[in-house]
Design a protein around this ligand. Structure first.
Ligand SMILES: Cc1cc2nc3c(=O)[nH]c(=O)nc-3n(C[C@H](O)[C@H](O)[C@H](O)COP(=O)(O)O)c2cc1C
Length: 201
């Protein structure tokens, strides 16, 4: 698929059919994730991959309420694979304390934005784009903050790593399930968000 088509076709998919995802496809998505840029080449990321019904079930049990699932959750739970991209602030503070960077005080005020989350999000985008390239669907979504400790505990995520969200992956079922915000909002045109030379007069 042409790169421009991959980008144009990418949408968050919130319901999947019963077919499993080939292990090689998941591995390609993860390999692409590791080609994301990272500040100082820190690569302070880790990817928890859940690709069995039992593990995926444990993910939803840890991150959602008991009881009847709503449309969103019923759809998302059909995904055969969940990937949890995690970022490590400690890895960046340590990397930038090395000789070639020299931020030995490890002062977080030095960071214009949290590069650990930024880099892991770029890796997550590569997973989303790989899904499209492979003819699959995927959805990045947030893990409720009060559920993060349970998720970390359930899967042995080290204290130094934090989920930045999670990604469902599977064979897409088009035009069904919860459509998400695009049902009520439109994509902004480049002319509305691009400010050439100067933002305002
Ligand atoms: C940081 C982030 C968090 C998101 N959280 C959720 C979420 O919790 N649930 C969900 O269904 N979609 C979530 N989305 C998907 C957005 O709703 C979606 O990207 C947006 O509506 C644009 O639609 P599109 O990605 O299909 O083009 C999230 C996306 C991002 C980038």
């Amino acid at each position: 698929m042409e790169f421009r088509d991959v980008v144009r076709r990418r949408r968050m998919i919130r319901v999947y059919d019963a077919r499993p995802v080939d292990r090689e496809v998941v591995d390609r998505a993860l390999a692409h994730a590791t080609h994301a840029p990272s500040a100082g080449f820190s690569q302070g990321w880790g990817f928890l991959v859940l690709d069995t019904p039992a593990d995926v079930g444990r993910f939803w049990a840890a991150t959602t309420d008991d009881g009847e699932p709503d449309v969103w959750l019923a759809g998302m739970r059909t995904a055969p694979v969940v990937i949890v991209p995690c970022s490590s602030k400690a890895a960046y503070l340590s990397r930038y304390a090395e000789d070639d960077k020299g931020w030995t005080d490890r002062d977080e005020a030095r960071w214009p934005v949290p590069f650990w989350h930024l880099d892991t999000a770029m890796a997550a985008l590569l997973i989303l784009l790989t899904a499209v390239d492979e003819g699959l669907g995927a959805c990045f979504f947030g893990v409720p903050p009060e559920r993060v400790p349970a998720a970390k505990d359930a899967f042995g995520i080290p204290a130094a790593f934090d989920p930045i969200g999670a990604i469902t992956l599977g064979h897409r079922v088009p035009d069904s399930g919860a459509p998400g915000s695009p049902a009520t909002r439109r994509r902004k045109d480049p002319a509305e968000v691009v400010h050439r030379g100067r933002w305002r007069d």
